[in-house]
Structure formats: C-alpha cells, structure tokens
Design a protein around this ligand. Structure first.
Ligand SMILES: NC(=O)c1ccc[n+]([C@@H]2O[C@H](COP(=O)([O-])OP(=O)(O)OC[C@H]3O[C@@H](n4cnc5c(N)ncnc54)[C@H](OP(=O)(O)O)[C@@H]3O)[C@@H](O)[C@H]2O)c1
Length: 758
C-alpha cells in the first residue's frame, strides 16, 4: 500500500460539485504532502482559474481556514493546487500534467432526467474525453472513477462489488443519443406540432393579444423539444433495465472506463456511492452543498404537500454521509489494483446497517412534529401521517386528483370572478402544485423508494479494516457505525431544513418591508378603470346612461333588448376585448352628446363615484404622496369618466365618433386595450420620462396582462380567473377591493349585469 497519497500528484475532476468540494477539502486539510490538479470547466465568461477563489470561500473550507489561518491556507493553495481548464462534454481536449499518480473522476451530470444527449455528453463521452486527455499527457495514473450504486439498474436482491452484467454497447447508444436532438428539433417543426403549440398558446394567452400568443408559441416548441429528449432518455433507459438516463449513462460510463483504461493495461478502481447526504462529522456535522437527492422529498414532506408516497415501507433507503464517501474514495486512491484487474467498491449502508423507508419516514415525521415548518396562516405546517397503501393505490389517487383539479380549473375559468371564486381558485392552485410535486417525485423516486436491492459492501469494509486503528476515526468509512436516529434527527434534517427556514424568514421580512410605497419622481401608477378603480363595466355604464334618459316604464324593454344581445357580446369579449368594445359601442348610435353630458353631470357622476372602490382611492392617493404620476387608462368613453378626472394627473380614455353632435356608434380611434395599451405605455414612458421598472400598474382582466408585464410592480385587482392564475404563477401582488355604497341607478344596473354574468 502506498502511504496515504504522500508525495503524489492527484488530478480531481468535479471539484466545484458536492462530493468534489468535500474531496478537495480533505486533500487540503489532511493530506499535506499531496499535490492537486483540478480540472474545472469555464462558466460563462469566467475562466476556470477565476472560479477557484470563489470555490475556496465556500463553507466546506471554513474550519480548515480557521484552523490553519487564512495566510497559511492561501499559501498551501498556491503551492499545492493547479487549475487545468477543460470541459469534458466538448472537444476542448484539456492538457493534463505528465506526472499524475492518481485521478479521481467525480465530474458528472447528476440529475435524474436530463435530455438524453446532455446526459451522454458528460457521463459517457466525457469519460472518453478524459482517457483521451490522460493518454495524451503521458501519465499512467491509477484512475478512481466515481460512479453510483444505482448502476445495477432495476433488479432485486444482493448486488456484488463486481463488473456490471449487461451487453449494451455504449458506443452505439452514445451515437444514437447524439443524433436524438437533431431528430427531435426537426420533428418539432412539423405543422401538427406547431399547430398544437399555437392552439395551446392561443387558449392561454389569446386575450392578452397576438404578440403574447406568438411569444408563447416558440417557447412552447422549445419546451416540447426538451420534454421529448427527456422522454427519449428515460424510455431508452427503462427499455434497457435502468430506472432513468442518469443511471444508464453512469453504467455505460463504467463500461467505457473499463474498455478504454483497465483493459488496455492500466489501473482502474470504480467507487459506487449510494445516496450521498450531509456529512456526519467532517468538515463539520451537517455540511451539505444545497439540496441533494433525498432532500426535496424531505422538504416537501415538511411543507405538508406529500399526503402519501408510493414507496415500499420495507425497501432500504441507502443513505451515506458525504464524509464516508470522501474517506472511502481517498483510501481506494491510495490502494491501486493491478493493471487489467479493476476494483469495485460500494460505499453504502444497506447491507450492514439498513434504514428501511418506513424508518426514514418515522424519523422525518418525528422531526417535523417536534420542529414544524413555519406557516404564515396556520402558525406551523402540520405533517401528514403516511399509511403506505401501496404504489398502485397512491398512483390511482394521484391520477384521480389530477383529473379533478384539471376539471375544476377549466370550470373556474368560465365563471365570473368573485372573491369566492378566487378563493376556490387559490385552493385549486395550491392543490395543483401539490399534485405536481407528488407526480414529479413519484416518477423520479419510485425506483429508489421501491427498490428491493441490497448493495453488498464487503470489499469496502475490508478496505476500511486495513486502516490503522488510529486513522479509523478520522479517515474511516464503516457505515455500520452510523446511528440513524442521531444522524437524521440531529444532523441531517436540521441541516437541510435550516436552508428552507432561513429562506422563508427572509421572504417574510421582505414582504413586511414591501407594504410602503417608495418615493420617486420617475415612477408612474397606471390604473385600468373597470373592475380596478370602479366596480362596474362597459355594460353597466351603458345602462346608467340609458336608464337615466328613459322613463321608468321603458326600462323593461331596454333591459330585455340588452339581455337578448348579451350572448353575442360575451362571445366577442371572450375572443378579444377590443372586438367587444367595438361591437358594444354600436349601441350608442344616435346619442346626443350634449344631452349625455348633462346626464353625466346630473346622475351618472353620482353612480360612478358610488361604484368607486375606496381601496383604489386610497392607493391612488398613496401614489400621489410618494410623488408618482397617477394615470387612468380606459377603453370607456371620455365623457363617462370625467367625474373621476380629479383623482388622477392624467386620464386617457376612448372617444366616440360624432356627426353634428350626435354619436355614430363608431369609435374615433381603436380602443386602447391589451397589446395596444402596452405599446401606448412604452411610448408614454419614453416621452414623459417615466421609469417603468419603478412603476406600478393595476388591472383586473387577462387582457391587461401585456401592459401589466411592462412595469416593475404589476398589481392584479379582483382579477378574472386567467389573470389570477398568471399573477399567482408570477407572484404578483393580488388585491381584493370592493365598494360599500350603492345608489338607486347603480344598484339597478348592477343587478342586471350580475344576473347576466351568471
Ligand atoms: N450526490 C449523490 O447523491 C451521488 C450519489 C452517488 C454517486 N454520485 C456520484 O458522485 C459524483 C459527484 O456527484 P456530485 O453530487 O458532487 O455532483 P454535482 O454536485 O452535480 O457536481 C458535479 C460536478 O461535475 C462537474 N461537471 C459536470 N459536467 C462537467 C463537464 N462537462 N466537464 C467538467 N466538469 C463537469 C460540475 O462542474 P460545474 O460546477 O462546472 O457544473 C461539478 O463540479 C458523480 O460522479 C455522481 O455520479 C453522487
């Protein structure tokens, strides 16, 4: 046995990743005589060498820096660490040093479901590129290839530390994966795919305007490409006996390493960790870099959004703390096998210290019972009790839930928006997100939580036992020593939920700060009228004018005529807001403008003010006090909104065409709605010196989306179902404002329009 890598030159790939950081820290802190080269890829405009200072400031190095002092730490890095730039996924052909003793290859795509070509690019072609680079360098190192225990694929029983038993040709699969993208890109441009993308975009964004449809159609095509390539990967993997493209490509990566290195007369060891989680002891208990494999599931459970899960209660969840993986890998690196005789090591816990899925659930349940996640409405989140009814039943529950939510969402989009329907919609939205999380995790994790497989780790344990007793505490990796209750409840769960708690604390305090309006002379507050400032609409305002001008005896006839035509107006409204305004305004044909002005002064002004929402008025005043320019913009005709003019700095309203003082029923110019309003707002901001990023815009209808999106602070007021859904997804502020008083005229008109809306 070579002595603990002393005086050796080790190349490490993947040092910026979770396992790689821990390996680098251990080499720096506990292997003082080892020289280290790091293969790092550039990121954006940042060169590989420029990534090193940021990497060394990460928490994993904190204890070491504190122990030796910053100066000594920097000096050690200067003397011992060299950065080699290279991306294993492309043909950049990195220049490796010619005196390497060992290579620890940790770089990999670790997500379960990347597009097929991306997974092969790093996990298979990357291996080929690595051996090509080692071959060109003139070094003959011992390569420690980090794989995963799950390369064994879907099988039951004990898996030995040995070569994988399959005859899949990695070169053929890699070539097919590389071709898949071109194939799918071509397919995505077929008319039937584009038609579907356009139809979906029209259904969701049609009311927001034609540009919104076009700008949604192309991303929808790209999403389709992405989903299809993910599907290619997953389905190909499953057809060959692996749960996902990650494990398939890791398995084929092992075979490539055997073919290109071990069987060409070199030394190769394959280290297969199970699910790597936070460290038990080193560099400090609970160290982890972001959320790892099992953590999203743990967090989702703590947030109360996993009512059940399709896992087998007696299947073994094979967790292993990252410091065990680091110690095992470095011990393997110091003990090379003979050329042509690769060594295999499972770094796992399932064989000698099994943690059943039920046991993990009980620990997590107990942990969140004692330390629940905070919740703004309920104080804390209650966690569900799982009964493990079996995968078939959970998946059936999931499908039924998805259908019900889909149906409810469609139904809610068709009925008029009220506070109550928005509350229902909010419930549907929450349920939908929960089901999406459950579906995603069920698909991703099923293979891991239903596995009836045990990774035998006798060789790894034998290697552990070769360590001198004095090194075992600090460098050992005997998984039988892990006390799960202590590790999960005292170390791992507090560590992963700490990130979440810190995040939700920050989100709460920033929400509290955000209620006041910041002062600015460059900001504007732009308000839509109907449903936003006044609780009325075009139909109701028309009724005010007609009812005010007719004797009471003629009201029923006028109302009957309006009701008869309403289906036509509603159809136009659903199609396009501008079409609706054009069609409806024809009813004003023959109106005497001077007479209407008199009516507005006498009665309509009062109705309008009675329907004005007090919260809107307060908000407009608050904007004025903050120095913002207040603007009302509406498709309603100017004469009707004159009563509201004093509230605003500027009013932009529609105008009717008139001949000899009598309205012709045509508009004088196209209505300023949806994308036309967005174009106007851009122009307005430029000429009036308004900074849209600082500005506010208030609207209630999905057709307002395009112009609301232009400002930094979009606000949805009493939104219709489609705008509500959009606002929720984008985390816009949503207001529920109402009126308190009602006059006779307003009440009569409102009664009719409410009736019609049903
Ligand atoms: N985490 C686990 O639970 C687990 C379990 C079993 C086995 N493993 C194995 O352990 C190893 C490390 O996993 P991890 O959790 O540390 O993954 P990770 O956090 O995702 O880190 C991946 C590392 O690979 C680098 N990388 C990816 N593609 C690259 C490319 N084309 N060229 C050069 N570098 C590239 C990344 O660099 P950038 O910073 O530039 O992205 C990063 O440093 C992998 O081989 C994985 O299969 C992990």
């Amino acid at each position: 046995m070579r002595k603990h890598l002393a005086d050796q030159h080790v190349l490490l790939t993947g040092a910026t990743g979770f396992v790689g950081q821990a390996l680098l820290e251990k080499l720096l802190s506990a292997y003082p005589d080892t020289r280290i080269s790091l293969l790092i890829r550039p990121r954006g405009s940042q060169r590989a060498a420029d990534r090193l200072p940021g990497l060394l400031r990460k928490p994993v190095f904190r204890q070491w820096r504190e122990r030796v002092g910053d100066e000594a730490a920097n000096e050690a890095v200067r003397q011992r660490v060299t950065v080699v730039e290279g991306d294993l996924g492309d043909d950049s052909r990195p220049q490796l040093p010619g005196d390497l003793d060992a290579v620890v290859h940790s770089a990999s795509i670790v997500s379960f479901d990347p597009p097929i070509d991306e997974a092969f690019q790093t996990n298979v072609n990357g291996v080929v590129n690595l051996y090509d680079a080692i071959g060109r360098s003139g070094s003959d190192p011992h390569v420690v290839h980090i794989s995963t225990a799950y390369v064994a694929g879907v099988r039951k029983g004990v898996v030995r530390e040995a070569p994988l038993d399959h005859d899949v040709d990695w070169r053929t699969e890699a070539a097919a994966a590389a071709e898949a993208r071109a194939e799918v890109e071509t397919a995505s441009r077929r008319p039937e795919v584009l038609r579907k993308a356009m139809a979906d975009a029209r259904e969701e964004h049609g009311k927001a305007g034609p540009q919104a449809v076009v700008s949604a159609a192309e991303p929808a095509r790209r999403d389709w490409v992405q989903r299809r390539l993910v599907d290619y990967g997953r389905t190909r993997a499953q057809s060959l006996g692996w749960p996902d493209v990650y494990t398939l490509t890791k398995a084929l990566g092992e075979r490539a390493a055997e073919d290109l290195w071990a069987h060409t007369g070199h030394r190769l060891s394959i280290v297969r960790p199970a699910i790597v989680e936070s460290s038990l002891r080193h560099p400090y208990p609970g160290w982890i870099d972001g959320f790892k494999m099992a953590d999203p599931l743990i967090i989702a459970y703590g947030q109360g959004i996993l009512p059940e899960f399709p896992g087998l209660p007696d299947s073994v969840v094979d967790l292993i703390p990252v410091d065990f993986v680091v110690n095992a890998t470095l011990a393997v690196a110091a003990n090379p096998p003979e050329p042509n005789e690769p060594g295999y090591f499972h770094v796992s816990s399932g064989a000698r210290n099994p943690l059943p899925f039920r046991g993990m659930y009980e620990h997590v349940h107990e942990y969140f019972r004692r330390h629940p996640m905070p919740d703004s409405e309920r104080g804390h989140v209650p966690v569900p009790a799982w009964r493990f009814p079996g995968a078939t039943q959970v998946m059936r529950m999931l499908r039924t839930g998805e259908k019900a939510v889909d149906y409810a969402e469609r139904a809610l989009l068709r009925i008029p928006a009220t506070d109550r329907t928005r509350k229902w919609q909010s419930d549907v939205h929450r349920r939908q997100s929960e089901l999406e999380v459950l579906r995603k995790y069920a698909d991703l994790y099923q293979a891991y939580t239903q596995a009836e497989v045990i990774y035998d780790d006798r060789r790894t344990f034998a290697l552990h036992r070769t360590l001198p007793a004095r090194r075992q505490d600090e460098h050992g990796f005997d998984s039988a020593t892990i006390d799960w209750e202590h590790y999960l409840q005292e170390v791992h769960y507090p560590s992963v939920t700490g990130l979440m708690r810190a995040f939700s604390g920050r989100a709460r305090s920033s929400a509290a700060r955000d209620t006041a309006l910041p002062e600015s002379r460059e900001a504007a507050a732009i308000f839509d009228l109907e449903g936003t400032v006044v609780a009325s609409n075009t139909v109701e305002q028309y009724l005010w004018t007609r009812l005010a001008s007719l004797p009471r005896s003629k009201w029923p006839r006028e109302l009957a005529d309006l009701i008869r035509n309403l289906p036509r107006y509603l159809r136009a409204e659903r199609r396009d807001r501008g079409d609706f305004i054009r069609t409806f305004m024809r009813r004003y044909e023959g109106v005497d403008e001077a007479e209407l002005r008199r009516l507005v002064d006498d009665t309509i002004a009062e109705a309008m003010l009675q329907r004005t929402m007090p919260e809107a008025v307060r908000r407009i005043r608050a904007h004025r006090e903050a120095g913002h320019r207040t603007v009302l913009i509406t498709g309603t005709v100017d004469i009707l909104v004159e009563p509201l003019a004093p509230l605003f700095d500027e009013v932009i309203a529609g105008r009717m065409h008139s001949r000899d003082g009598v309205w012709t029923g045509y508009l004088d110019r196209p209505p300023l709605v949806d994308e036309a309003r967005a174009a106007w707002l851009r122009e307005y901001a430029e000429t009036a010196g308004i900074d849209l990023a600082q500005s506010y815009a208030y609207g209630d209808n999905h057709s307002d989306r395009a112009w609301l999106e232009l400002v930094g602070n979009p606000q949805a007021v009493n939104p219709d179902a489609a705008l509500y859904r959009h606002a929720k997804r984008r985390r816009w502020e949503i207001h529920s404002w109402g009126t308190h008083t009602r006059g006779r005229l307003a009440a009569a008109a409102s009664a009719v329009t409410t009736e019609v809306g049903r």
